[in-house]
Design a protein around this ligand. Structure first.
Ligand SMILES: Cc1cc2nc3c(=O)[nH]c(=O)nc-3n(C[C@H](O)[C@H](O)[C@H](O)COP(=O)(O)OP(=O)(O)OC[C@H]3O[C@@H](n4cnc5c(N)ncnc54)[C@H](O)[C@@H]3O)c2cc1C
Length: 416
């Protein structure tokens, strides 16, 4: 079924009896060409692009819970391509371009809203670093502008410009950045993949891998064995636990990241704002809630809830740049398990086990990557060659001495 304004009008006049489920609930077949483990944003977008761009229709997505139960339904919805390094910038710009045409492409309203992202500058060295990043962005075709305090004041009069510790000296502004309704992205990709013949199997945990003569030939699941020519793992925060079943140790640690939503306020924040002297980011949802977050909790865990010290730290960051946030009441908060890699950058690669592929290590920046991650993973699965923009995301990059350390923090997953 194609969604359109005419369809809404017609259904409104005929009692809304013509809507059909957005995807089927099939039982798994005994065998597929490709089985994708994990029905988050990245697994579903991989299935969608496999079917749409690469003609691979004998595909299943096997999901432990329900679609949207993982980080795709838990993130703070920010999209941007303001990266510096050669290994990252073209990939994230490719992703932003895919976001720009996504709703028309998969015929679903994902509320892609390019309201801009403002990264605040609080010191001279930080300005130098952001100018360098802006130049790198512009060289690869992205948009970036350096703004002074007067221009920011016009856009965001409520910020604390003269804070003695963190005065706002400027900002790097990416007008094409913004937010997207996170769970609608999962639903849109699921619907598009299902319509092209992909089987989406929910409530079906993968409990092990079928191995024959060193080759991965399928998965063991809660609904029985499913054979496959290729198995593509894409389970975000569960990466280490799932790949352990294939005997692999990954350069990844799992950490919890929390998100917060305030009560609904009148429109106040024009786009996304990030604090440059600490870690705090905020935007406003269409319902009016301020959606914000900060650092991960900093200890290894698989729990989907965090602790009070980080709540305090995030609120301090908010108060330092926009004291008016102290008047808003907190409505909801939750956590998600992040697959933090050693250099803060992801992996999209074949493993050393024939037939087994891995996508993960997205840290807390994988939502914005959802379209490009799916496209590049689909490219790898269909052609056995990495996509040009994802060619640096290899599992052996630490052994080769080629980490992609965007923040320059070193091998410290809890700091990326
Ligand atoms: C609080 C928070 C805020 C964030 N904010 C942003 C942001 O503003 N911008 C941004 O770019 N990124 C953000 N992120 C990161 C982003 O959400 C993730 O990097 C991204 O969603 C991960 O990919 P995914 O969507 O495929 O993951 P998920 O949705 O977690 O998908 C993985 C799926 O695998 C399934 N699974 C696990 N084990 C198994 C198994 N054994 N068998 C079958 N299925 C299994 C899980 O149930 C899950 O559904 C944030 C994350 C959190 C938690």
């Amino acid at each position: 079924m194609r969604y359109s304004a005419w369809k809404i009008f017609k259904e409104g006049l005929t009692g809304n009896k013509g809507w059909t489920p957005a995807w089927r609930e099939p039982e798994p077949k005994a065998e597929y060409d490709i089985v994708i483990v994990g029905g988050g944003g990245h697994g579903l977008s991989t299935a969608y692009y496999l079917a749409k761009e690469f003609g691979e229709k004998n595909v299943a997505v096997v999901e432990k819970g329900w679609l949207g139960s993982g980080n795709i339904g838990r993130n703070t919805t920010i999209i941007r391509s303001n990266y510096l390094l050669e290994g990252n910038q073209p990939f994230y710009e490719f992703s932003l371009k895919l976001w720009e045409g996504l709703e028309q492409d998969f015929n679903y309203n994902a509320m892609v809203s390019q309201r801009g992202i403002l990264n605040l500058i609080h010191s001279d060295p930080q300005r130098d670093a952001f100018v360098r990043r802006g130049n790198a962005m512009r060289l690869s075709g992205a948009d970036a502008e350096i703004l002074g305090p007067a221009e920011i004041r016009k856009m965001c009069p409520f910020l604390d410009y003269d804070n003695a510790r963190f005065p706002i000296q400027g900002a790097i502004w990416q007008p094409r950045g913004g937010t997207v309704r996170h769970d609608a992205v999962a639903w849109g990709y699921a619907r598009g993949a299902d319509a092209r013949g992909v089987d989406i199997i929910q409530n079906c945990e993968v409990t092990g891998f079928l191995m024959e003569n060193g080759t991965c030939t399928g998965v063991e699941t809660a609904k029985g064995t499913i054979r496959a020519k290729k198995v593509a793992v894409c389970v975000a925060g569960s990466s280490s636990r799932v790949m352990e079943k294939a005997g692999m140790r990954l350069p990844i640690e799992s950490h919890v990241l929390q998100a917060f939503v305030s009560e609904g306020l009148k429109p106040v924040i024009p786009g996304v704002i990030t604090f440059g002297a600490g870690h705090f980011y905020v935007s406003q949802s269409d319902k009016g809630g301020l959606v914000f977050g900060g650092d991960i909790d900093g200890y290894n865990t698989y729990a989907q809830r965090g602790n009070l010290p980080v709540v305090e730290d995030v609120c301090e960051g908010g108060m330092a740049i926009m004291p008016m946030i102290g008047r808003a009441r907190l409505l909801r908060m939750w956590g998600g398990v992040m697959d933090m890699s050693m250099d803060g950058s992801p992996f999209i690669d074949k493993t050393h086990i024939e037939g087994l592929y891995f996508n993960g290590g997205w840290c807390y920046g994988g939502f914005k990557a959802t379209p490009a991650s799916g496209y590049c993973y689909a490219h790898l699965l269909a052609t056995d060659r990495p996509h040009d923009t994802a060619q640096h995301y290899r599992l052996d990059r630490f052994r080769r001495g080629a980490p992609i350390d965007e923040k320059g923090q070193g091998a410290q997953p809890n700091l990326h």
